[in-house]
Every structure is written in C-alpha cells, then in structure tokens.
Design a protein around this ligand. Sequence first.
Ligand code: ATP
Ligand code: MG
Length: 281
Amino acid sequence: GKISAEDLVQDCLLGVGNGGQVYKTFHQPSQRLMAVKVIHLDVDIEVQKKILLELEILYKCNSPSIIAFYGAFFIENQISICTEFMNGGSLDRIKPIPEDVLGHMAVKMVQGLLYMWSLKILHRDIKPSNILVNTDGEVKWCDFGVSTQLVESIAVSHVGTNAYMAPERIKAENYGAPSEVWSLGVTMYELATGEFPFEELTSDTNLLNVCNSILEANPPVLPENKFSPELGDFVSKCMHKVPQQRITHPDILAHPFIQKYIHEGSGKSRNIIASWVKSNI
Ligand code: ATP
Ligand code: MG
C-alpha cells in the first residue's frame, strides 16, 4: 500500500546532505524501519506529480545491492522519500576499509551497478556516501538519480558539488555507464586509502579547482606497497581519462580483483562484511 505521513513515527536524524535531511523512521503498518529523506522543493503541483511518477521506476528495481524503495509523497513544499534503513550507515563515515573487506564489498557494488545499467538506469551520483551497509553484511546503492525532474528541481536551489565526476562529464560531452565506471574508480580509491584522490574541496579551493585537477592531472595510482596489484589495476582501469579506454562494464565483473572475491561464496562474503560493519558502527 501507499505510505502516508500519519503512519510514520520519526526517530533520530541520520544525516544531512546537500539537498535535505534523512531521518530514521518507523512505519507502523509494516512495523518496518525506514530512512526518510525530506527535501524542501518549491515546485508546482504538476512538477510534484511528475517527480512522484518518475520515482515509481524504483519499485521495479529489485536487487540485493540496491536500496529498497517504499514510496514518496509531498506535504506542501516538502517531499519525503522512503527507503530501506541500513543500520551500518554510509561508507563515507567508515573509511579506509581494509582491502579484503573492500573486495567483498566491491563485488556487491559492481553487481548492483550492472543490474541497474541492464535496466538502462544510471546512478548519476556515485560516491561513498551513497553506498550503505548493514550488520547483515549487505552492501547497497542509494540515491539513484531516476527522476530528472527531481534532480533539476534540487539543482535550482542547491549547488551540486560533485567532485566524483568523470572528465567527459565535466566537459559536458556525454554521460553514460563509462562515466559511472570512473566515479566507481574514484570511490574505490577513496575507500581503500581514506583519501580523495584529487584536490579536496575545502574552504581554500572550489569546485573549479577540483575540476581542473581532474582534467589536468594524471589519474592517481594506488601506492604499490600498500595494496595488491589487482586492486591497483582495477582502480587504474576505471580511471582512464579517455572514456573509450576505460574498462567496459561487462569486463568489470571479469577483472581479477573482482574475481578474487566473487568465488569465495556469498555466505562467507556476508560474514566478513558483517563483522567489519559491527566493529565499526
Ligand atoms: P549529498 O547530499 O552531497 O549527496 P549525502 O549522500 O551524504 O551527500 P544524503 O543523501 O542526504 O547526503 O544523506 C545524508 C546521510 O544520511 C548519508 O550520508 C547517510 O549517512 C545517511 N543515510 C542516507 N540514507 C540512509 C539509509 N537508507 N539508511 C541509513 N542511513 C542513511
Ligand atoms: Mg546520499
């Protein structure tokens, strides 16, 4: 059934992002915990309808590596987007991640993206804060940009500072699965080292500087003394500046770094991720 505001009991604030706040929320009819993202949007009824309609595609996205969508509604000029709650939070809070744990997580991340790409859905905002984990050892993507209208409406009132953008996106040439592969590479580098591989966005720099460093610098390579050659190669293959030379999406699954962990079996993977999440929340 549809989710309505009266059925929701708000718990604590989970985090604040660029466009809104995310609350831990209890949904009484289903007795389920949810994460409800509340975004202030000054748009008319027609635009509201369009956003809600576009979000409905998320009902059809069923994958163990994609956050479940429960529904969305407007109350006056605020949209509430209800999704599955993940008790381990997002990976931007718990990095660096040891390589063996990250390997198991990477399998799930890649499987989730491949599933969405197979449905012709691009994420559009790949970064550590949009990867969630829980103490069951699950790893899931959230915040897919499925509603163009929502993305545009948020952009009107909030500055999108996405430093994970591929060179071709910065140059506004084209955006596709290869651009997501780039962002996955940046994300993997950051999760492995704990550090963003380009000039950081701080009060001393701005997005223009970061973009320049992405366009001009040689893509960073992981230090060889700290990480396996397989992980180093994976990150480098994702972060080729020329999109046509990047690892293509079907080959990602066949890459030795992913293959190393995919064979260990999902039960073992889950245990390794679960125990790491438990010791880090
Ligand atoms: P940005 O707004 O720049 O994309 P962000 O991804 O951190 O940054 P939000 O998407 O608003 O911003 O999320 C805020 C925080 O809420 C996240 O960093 C995450 O820690 C937490 N969060 C989001 N969704 C969930 C969820 N389903 N379960 C648990 N925590 C969540
Ligand atoms: Mg987010």
